[in-house]
Structures are given as C-alpha cells and as structure tokens.
Ligand binder design. Structure first.
Ligand SMILES: *Cc1c(COP(=O)(O)O)cnc(C)c1O
Length: 348
C-alpha cells in the first residue's frame, strides 16, 4: 500500500506480571506513591467525570510551578514526559540543521526524530560513556540529552550545561531530567538566565506514579506558550480529572517524596559496593539504576538466567551496550535477592 507512514516504533520494557517477581527493568519506583494521592482520587467523584477536565490543568501546573519557584505560565504538563518530549520535538525542532543527542541515550529520541522527519546526528559519548560538552559547540537545529544520562546514569555538572546553553543561543537545549531527583543538580535555576533552555521532568520515577502518566516541561513563558499552542492544535484535554488531582497532591507532599528518594539513594550506594565486590563495572550512577557489565559473563545470558528466576532487568541492544544490563534500584530486600542470585551465578 502507498501513502502509509511506516515507522520503527520504540519498544518499551516488558511489563510481566508474576506475583513473585522482582521487577528491576523499567526504572519504576519500588515504593508506593504519596498516600495523599488516595485522598485526591476520592475527591474526583463519579459525577464529576461527566464533565471535561480543565484544559489548562491549572491545579497541577500551579502545584508544579510553586514547587520549583516558577510562574504557572512557565510549566507545561503532558501524558508522561514521553508525551511532553514528543510535543517539544514537534514545536522546537523545525530546522534543516541536525538535532544533536548522544549515541548512547534514551532510545526514544531517534524514534521521534524519524517519525517527525527531523534531521539528527548522534554525538558519541567518550570511552568512559561521558557526554563531552565541546561536541555540542557546533551548528545544530536543537540539542537534547538526559541528565543524568540514560542508560549510563552519568551526571553532567551544571557548569557544563550552562556552557552548552551559552554556545547555542539560537537553538533550544532540552535537558531531560527524568532521574535528576536521585542526586543531581537540576538545571531549573538556569531557566531565568537562558531563554533557550527547556527542562523536562516526570512523575514516573522519583514520584512513584508511572501508572498515572504525568510529565512536565519548564522553561520561559514564550517557549511554554508555543508548546501549549501546538498541544491545543492536537488535543486540548490530555490531562484528565484524576490525573490533575492526584498529580497536584503528589507534588505537594514534599516530605514523603524526600523520604522515598533518600531510601532509593541509600540502597543505590549500597548496591554500588555489592556490584563492585562481585566484579561488575559501571558508571558512578546518580539515577535510580546502574548500568553494569561483567568481564567474565555475557550480559544476554545473565539477563536470561535472571528472567528464569523472575528477576527482570533491562537488556538494551546496541553496538556499545550489548554486554551491559541496566538494573533498577529496588527495595533493599529485592536487591538482596538479586545479589544472592548473582553470588551463586558467578561461582559457576
Ligand atoms: C523514563 C524516561 C522518560 C519517560 O518517562 P515518562 O514515564 O513518559 O514520564 C523520559 N526520558 C527518560 C530518559 C526516561 O528514562
């Protein structure tokens, strides 16, 4: 058939469902969301669902703006950051010059670029899997990278991001901060200084609400207005009533948020020691996962062996990554079960 748009889709991590499973494959939070979310959902009566939701998702956007010290017109929300980033690609990357992003990064970027016919170039990470800021000091139609990077977990210091912003005054620089809450310094304070900066975050990881689908972009009001105009040209009501209530309640519960993030950080630091003791090599991750490789064992085989025991981790194909596994930080108990398995497995 002619005239059909054929694309190679992004393949999300699997969502198995076994009662005994240890799920460390899609970077979800091992803890439940804030208990305030339950109350928020109760406020959303059956009767209210008769009506369309607020197309501006005011309550949620305001809660996010307050949390980050921004104005509401500096916040855009969408159906997960995947939706937000796709809208950003559509809105901001309209140049014939290439969009730049790292060769090892979130595998969705090339998929959006291909689908939206945006020219792009992969910028290789160095041998230590680090972003080299100087590689972004050249002509381009836009820049995007996660910080910390995924799936490596490596953090780029804020000074490097600021330099990238300074060298690229004519293109939009998007920093995908899906994992920033696990120990990195956010670029949000730079929004005031750089009108070409857009910071994207999500409720899926640090706020334990992957199932709710909430993501957001923060930037100067002019960029956010452009994003809203594109969104309203597509679908005015992306954020439903329950999402707006639950999302606002989750952001307002700062204490709970800090408590689960700190637990994950503590478990991650312990996990680094355990993995190192078992002979694994990995980046010094500042996210809620570790990207590990072992000199004496094949990643794909280990992945299969773990899966057999219902321990799910992520294996990502790719020339430079096919002997690595990306392992989400779970609860201490889950990690202990993983390490018990690994100790036995590596003995053989
Ligand atoms: C998880 C993730 C996202 C998408 O998260 P949503 O669930 O769509 O909010 C975006 N970018 C990176 C780098 C991620 O790891």
């Amino acid at each position: 058939m002619n005239y059909i748009r054929r694309v190679e889709p992004y393949v999300p991590g699997e969502q198995p469902n076994f009662p005994d499973m240890i799920k460390l494959n899609t970077n979800e939070n091992p803890y439940p969301p804030s208990p305030r979310v339950t109350q928020a959902l109760e406020r959303c009566t059956l009767e209210s669902l008769r009506l369309y939701p607020d197309p501006t998702s005011h309550k949620l956007n305001k809660a996010i703006a307050d949390r980050y010290g921004l104005e509401e017109n500096q916040v855009f929300t969408g159906v997960g950051s995947d939706d937000v980033i796709a809208m950003c690609f559509l809105t901001f990357f309209n140049s014939r010059k290439p969009l730049l992003f790292p060769d090892i990064t979130y595998a969705f970027y090339p998929v959006w670029a291909e689908m939206l016919r945006i020219p792009y170039e992969l910028v290789p990470l160095n041998e230590d899997f680090e972003i080299v800021k100087e590689d972004y000091f050249r002509e381009n139609g836009g820049i995007i990278f996660p910080n910390p990077n995924a799936p490596t977990g490596a953090l780029l210091p804020l000074e490097a991001i600021e330099e990238i912003l300074q060298k690229n005054p004519d293109s939009i620089v998007m920093v995908d901060e899906a994992y920033i809450d696990f120990g990195g310094a956010s670029a949000v304070p730079l929004i005031e200084k750089y009108d070409n900066l857009l910071v994207v975050q999500t409720f899926s990881k640090s706020r334990a609400l992957a199932g709710m689908r909430i993501g957001y972009a923060m930037g100067n009001a002019e960029l956010i207005k452009a994003l809203h105009d594109v969104k309203y040209s597509f679908n005015s009501y992306t954020m439903n009533r329950q999402v707006i209530e639950a999302g606002a309640a989750a952001v307002e519960d700062e204490e709970y948020f800090q408590s689960i993030v700190q637990k994950i950080i503590a478990t991650r630091e312990r996990a680094k020691k355990e993995f190192a003791a078992l002979g694994f090599k990995f980046q010094d991750s500042m996210s809620n996962f570790l990207f590990v490789t072992h000199p004496e064992c094949e990643a794909k085989e280990l992945f299969e062996a773990l899966k057999e025991k219902h321990i799910f981790v992520r294996y990502l194909k790719g020339a430079r990554t096919n002997n690595y596994l990306r392992i989400t930080i779970g609860t201490d108990e889950e990690m202990d079960a993983l390490f018990a398995f690994l100790r036995e497995y590596l003995k053989k």
